[in-house]
Design a protein around this ligand. Structure first.
Ligand code: SF4
Length: 97
């Protein structure tokens, strides 16, 4: 969703959209209160932290809810629900088939 509108031609707009994406990821539904990442300082939108983020997700009690939320949101930048954006794209594609 977010990357699709980031064409790189307007850096101020790109930064604003990236900040919006981070805010959306941080303001998750109520179930996020019991999430493994609830108090994590790890930036799940930075794919350089992918391995660490996926490790946190592996022990998360709300992983399934998070995955569905991420799919519904259309997020394509963050580690969510124990998946990378690319993995969610595959899930979405498979569900549409
Ligand atoms: S599945 Fe991962 S990103 Fe989602 S709430 Fe749990 S720890 Fe956080």
């Amino acid at each position: 969703m977010f990357a699709a509108v980031l064409d790189g031609t307007d850096l101020d707009n790109q930064r604003a959209l990236e900040q919006l994406a981070v805010l959306l990821v941080r303001h998750r539904p109520g179930w996020h209160l019991i999430a493994a990442c609830h108090r994590s300082e790890l930036d799940f939108t930075d794919l350089h932290h992918r391995r660490a983020a996926l490790s946190v997700c592996n022990g998360c009690a709300v992983r399934a809810q998070c995955l569905e939320w991420a799919i519904d949101l259309g997020d394509d930048i963050a580690i969510l629900g124990g998946t990378t954006p690319a993995e969610r794209a595959v899930i979405i594609s498979e569900r549409a088939a």
